[in-house]
Design a protein around this ligand. Structure first.
Ligand code: AQP
Length: 348
């Protein structure tokens, strides 16, 4: 815990979310869900901690129009993915964002706290809006303020994320600090990102300089959590690499992003550091390393995808889990929103 969270005395609480904007990828699994499960089961710095995990469906509609049935299916499938990977709805609060209205209500307050200049500097906004920003939705621009609300409506002190989300957590801290300063309170915690492990940025299998992403047009660029064993093995076999054998140390991978990515994936799936991973595979040719990596990926991911498929046969049970999660969540969020409105000066 940092000085700041200690000073303000907030009880540690973990929050994180994933967009149901498509199928889950290996990047979401290694960068996020696997670490959600670790925090749920092992706590934070050895101490038990309350964990809240969220399907952020309101975020999923910011970038493009989704067919309503596809969005509903993606949300339920994401919930199945969380549970299949080890998030236990009895231990963690597991929710769908739109079912807990306080997220969007607090986001409005934060829209009035955040400054246009802050939002314009967000690299995800620049990447996703691209040259066509005049045509991007207002929701895409305001995405980080809603994300700040997702986190701060729980007074979450720690957020496990992949590296790509670091800037958004910094903005969350800025919004909390400005709110506290403007109203002369010490109400919102200054949240810390938790970016740990060998696979905080899993890259595309077709281009080691680009993040593996659900919305990449090339399916070969990613491993989907619903891919079967054959598809996983084929994608790893065809992953872009170079003709050199694997070096003795990570330094030797400095200018080899595709090879480095596969070593990071190997480390993430094996639960070891990238240093230990390279020590294990040093000197191997890709003809030897890739089949070994494919076997490991299938062994780790196939049970999750089978369990996801089983859970998806009973969507009523998934909906019941999300309804229970929303009720539990609102015990936390309703008082935080009420107090925020009091601070701001709303009557009621
Ligand atoms: N490639 C990745 N490596 C490590 N972590 C990743 N995350 C996503 N991709 C990787 C982490 O997963 C969490 C949820 O991300 P998200 O789905 O809400 O948004 P995203 O980062 O925009 O993911 P995608 O796959 O790229 O989605 P689309 O294509 O819809 O934009 C976050 O913690 C993220 O860091």
């Amino acid at each position: 815990m940092t000085e700041q969270t200690q000073r303000t005395g907030f009880t540690p609480r973990v929050f994180s979310g994933i967009q149901p904007s498509g199928g889950l990828t290996l990047g979401n699994y290694l960068g996020a869900i696997k670490r959600f499960v670790d925090m749920q089961d092992r706590g934070l710095n050895g101490q038990p901690v309350e964990t809240v995990y969220c399907m952020v469906d309101l975020h999923a509609i910011t970038a493009k129009l989704h067919d309503p049935e596809t969005l509903r299916r993606n949300t339920r499938e994401l919930c199945a993915g969380f549970i299949a990977a080890g998030v236990d709805p009895e231990k963690s609060v597991l929710i769908n964002q739109s079912q807990v209205p306080e997220h969007a209500q607090l986001a409005w307050i934060f829209n009035c706290v955040a400054r246009m200049g802050w939002m314009q500097r967000m690299t995800q906004w620049k990447d996703k809006a691209g040259k066509n920003s005049e045509n991007a939705s207002l929701g895409l621009f305001a995405y980080p303020a809603l994300m700040a609300a997702d986190i701060l409506i729980y007074h979450a002190t720690h957020v496990p994320v992949g590296e790509d989300q670091k800037q958004h957590i910094e903005l969350t801290r800025d919004i909390a600090a400005k709110f506290n300063h403007d109203y002369g309170v010490d109400f919102f915690p200054i949240t810390e990102p938790v970016i740990e492990g060998a696979a905080t940025r899993v890259m595309s299998l077709r281009d080691g300089t680009k993040k593996m992403s659900k919305s990449d047009p090339s399916d070969a660029s990613r491993i989907n959590m619903t891919d079967d064993a054959d598809a996983i093995a084929k994608k790893i076999r065809k992953a872009k690499t170079d003709p050199e054998p694997l070096p003795e140390t990570l330094d030797g991978l400095k200018d080899r992003p595709d090879a480095r990515n596969l070593v990071n994936i190997f480390a993430g799936l094996s639960d070891i550091s990238a240093e230990d991973a390279i020590a294990q595979v040093a000197g191997q040719q890709f003809g030897q390393f890739k089949p070994m990596l494919a076997d490991l990926a299938v062994a780790k991911l196939a049970p999750i995808s089978e369990e996801m498929a089983r859970l998806m046969q009973d969507t009523a049970e998934i909906d019941a889990i999300l309804n229970r999660g929303a009720s539990r969540a609102r015990e936390i969020t309703a008082p935080v929103l009420k107090r925020t409105y009091d601070i701001v000066g709303m009557v009621g």
